[in-house]
Design a protein around this ligand. Sequence first.
Ligand code: T5A
Length: 207
Amino acid sequence: MAGSGYFIAFEGGEGAGKSTQEGLLAHSLVERGRSVVRTREPGGTPAGEQIRHVLLSPEFEGLDARAEALLFAASRGEHVARIIRPALERGDVVICDRYIDSSVAYQGYGRDLGVQRVRDLSLWATGGLLPDLTVVLDVDPEVGLARFAQRDRLEAEPIEYHRSVRAGFLDLAAAEPERYLVLDARDDQHTIASAILARVVAAWESA
Ligand code: T5A
């Protein structure tokens, strides 16, 4: 925890509908008078956006797996220091598109780099900051990938890779159900949005 704000991360495979849900949640929270910061990983800061380019551009196909894991963690360290912690200290709600669990799922499970090692790297980079709530939008990779025509470097990985990533997110959520909300990303957008808002409001009412 940092300050009096509330930190929500959205996770899930490609095309799960995270951006869509982040927009709907931000709108509902602003209507309720909360100050909301929407941000994303990799990226969120000028240095992070440059790292994002290296990580996602097909130009860098074949990037070494360890270098990839380090770059995601580097972007995250900068992001937490410059954007997320200051926002939480001001009392804002931070809605972040992907966070540590994406590294654990994509680099730990997907690349077989070691789940604990990848998690520890990001915990070190962020000073141990974890979200108050992580929303996992669960989708069969074939359904999620079919929602896009173009593929970035990671989206272009084989389907087995995306299946490992999905299993990673579900394992993480199963291990700490009090900090996670797992929803079926094939449901109607407004059904999903209502479930997320209900969980956030319930968390605030019980605090
Ligand atoms: N990555 C990231 C790592 O490997 N390690 C890390 O540590 C981190 C942080 C980031 C890539 O980097 C990897 C993961 C990713 O491969 P990105 O460009 O930021 O890539 O893309 P994603 O985060 O994957 O986001 P996407 O753009 O793929 O999709 P979203 O945001 O999940 O989905 P959204 O909302 O854009 O919706 C996609 C489409 O589906 C429709 C929308 O209208 C849209 O057309 N849609 C629905 N359709 C049917 N039913 C619903 N309920 C729908 N909701 C949305």
